[in-house]
Design a protein around this ligand. Structure first.
Ligand code: UFG
Length: 328
């Protein structure tokens, strides 16, 4: 298939680009580089451009004879979205409207959309199934849910085939250490814990130890970024015309913050210095996916089932690229 990957220079996007190429697909990346890294993808398959640049979008789709789109390009920081919601509605919602209009002009009707477990908000029952009511508690989650609704209507009206993949906590890096996670600012637990273990920051702050979980810290379902990449390819290949397929992507297993810090210590051989701080606003106590539907519909399951294997790949990337893509 000839696939356009928007946001393909980002963390999950760049791993998906590699995966698609390894499976024989033609890939072209469209990314404005506001958050992504040109160094994470081959230059010859890249066009720098913005979702709001309609003529550029049309041009890149037509000249590359694109047949399907995987749409990652979005902002994804919960905290930022609560401080600057208009940025999130403009980029995540209006940007996606531009994209689907360009797809319509170019007769492209297959789309895989990067959604999130943040659309569920604060669910009381785990593991979370796809039928769990979606009640996002921050603007980031709301923008992703609005796009899911739009895609459902497009599938009904125009017989498009769309998949909304609701990721849990993306983690890890390419096992060869060539590409990995590089956010600015970094807010995610695993890279921050590795950084603290490596002595590059003084300590990690644990956001709350008084949650109703066995050890008092939050539980999350960490899923390897290459497992996410594989699910995108399968979703593209297996979603039916007229269908809006919504799937959770996780391992089905949760790890607490303390468990992550212990795993980081085992892998790096260095204890993670930490302090205990207050809860971070908007953090639900436990988010764990039920992945039965993805298994049923795509024949997909996570290859990386052990958090230690996931952290091992992240540590390899961290060691070879301590400053991310800026490392020479
Ligand atoms: N945490 C800390 N200290 C830190 C960073 C994180 O204790 O310095 C804790 C958080 O409180 C949370 C866990 O580690 O309990 C994981 O936090 P991350 O920031 O790594 O990930 P989140 O679960 O907050 O965010 C992820 C995605 C978001 C998505 C969200 C849905 O990164 O895009 O899940 O809840 F919206």
């Amino acid at each position: 298939m000839r696939i356009l990957v928007t946001g393909g220079a980002g963390y999950i996007g760049s791993h998906t680009v590699r995966h698609l190429q390894a499976h024989g697909h033609f890939v072209h990346v469209y990314d404005n580089l506001s958050r992504g890294h040109a160094a994470s993808i081959p230059a010859e398959i890249f066009t720098q451009g913005d979702l709001h640049d309609l003529s550029k979008l049309d041009h890149v789709m037509a000249t590359n004879q694109i047949e399907a789109v995987i749409h990652f390009a979005a902002f994804a920081q919960v905290g930022e979205s609560t401080k600057n919601p208009e940025l999130y509605y403009r980029n995540n919602v209006a940007g996606t409207i531009s994209l689907v209009e360009a797809m319509k002009r170019c007769n492209i009707s297959k789309l895989v959309f990067s959604s999130t477990c943040a659309t569920y908000g604060n669910p009381t029952v785990v593991p979370i199934v796809e039928e769990t009511p979606q009640k996002p508690i921050n603007p980031y989650g709301k923008t992703k849910l609005i796009v899911e609704w739009m895609l459902k209507d497009l599938c009904a009206a125009h017989k498009w085939s769309c998949a909304s993949l609701r990721y849990f906590n993306a983690a890890g890096a390419s096992p060869d250490g060539g590409i990995g996670e590089d956010h600015n600012p970094e807010t995610h637990l695993i890279p921050l814990a590795l950084s603290a273990a490596a002595g590059r920051s003084k300590f990690l702050e644990i956001f709350g130890t008084d949650y109703p979980t066995p050890d008092g810290t939050c539980i999350r379902d960490y899923i390897h970024v290459d497992d996410l990449a594989n699910a995108h390819r399968l979703a593209l290949e297996k979603t039916l015309p007229g269908e809006h397929l919504c799937l959770n992507l996780g391992t089905g297993k949760g790890n607490s913050v303390y468990e992550i810090l212990n795993a980081v210590k085992d892998i790096t051989g260095k204890a993670v210095p930490f302090t205990i701080g207050a809860r971070r606003e908007g953090d639900p106590p436990a988010l764990v996916a039920s992945c039965k539907k993805a298994n049923l519909r795509l024949g997909w399951e996570a290859n990386y089932k052990d958090i230690r294997e996931i952290i091992t790949t992240a540590w390899r990337w961290h060691q070879s690229h301590p400053d991310g893509y800026k490392t020479r």
